[in-house]
Design a protein around this ligand. Structure first.
Ligand SMILES: [Zn+2]
Ligand SMILES: [Zn+2]
Ligand SMILES: [Zn+2]
Length: 153
């Protein structure tokens, strides 16, 4: 993957080495061509590909808002709601709660719409899990901070 090679050369987290793992630089075992282990491959994707980085950030933050502690509604399981009727009711309540209670992932340094690009703006240390309400506050503050710069540019 030529595009990732350029990216990895400039990435602050990667320690690529010629002939070694593109993530940690360790000598590649036989039959490995880019990453020495799946762990290194996962670390790369978790820090550069938005869909995966977003999921990894939520896991890291335990599905809680890092500002106010609000937790995403937990998906019901059949074990916790025995019986078809109880399970269906719990699922219905969960879907309704999710509309307002879901958590989202914010870029501390805004990524300016580059969600579909492989890039270092998705490093996990640039991501934080927020509830919908805190995310709205954050997005509004960011928009305000950006307004004066527009005139200066
Ligand atoms: Zn490695
Ligand atoms: Zn919050
Ligand atoms: Zn990077």
């Amino acid at each position: 993957m030529p595009k990732s090679a350029a990216l990895l050369a400039a990435c602050a987290l990667a320690r690529p080495a010629p002939g070694g793992c593109a993530w940690c630089g360790t000598a590649l075992p036989a039959r490995r061509r880019t990453w020495c282990t799946d762990t290194c491959a996962t670390a790369f994707w978790n820090n550069h590909w938005w869909t995966q980085a977003r999921a990894a950030a939520k896991r890291r933050d335990r599905y809680r808002c890092t500002r106010c502690g609000e937790r995403a509604p937990v998906r019901p399981t059949r074990k916790r709601h025995p019986g078809e009727r109880a399970y269906r009711d719990a699922m219905r309540a969960w879907r309704a709660a999710r509309k307002t209670g879901r958590v989202e992932v914010n870029h501390r340094v805004p990524c300016r719409g580059k969600h579909r690009t492989l890039g270092c703006e998705h490093h996990l240390d640039n991501l934080e899990t927020l509830c919908a309400a805190c995310h709205r506050v954050e997005t509004a503050a960011d928009a305000r901070a950006r307004t004066p710069a527009r005139g200066a540019a």
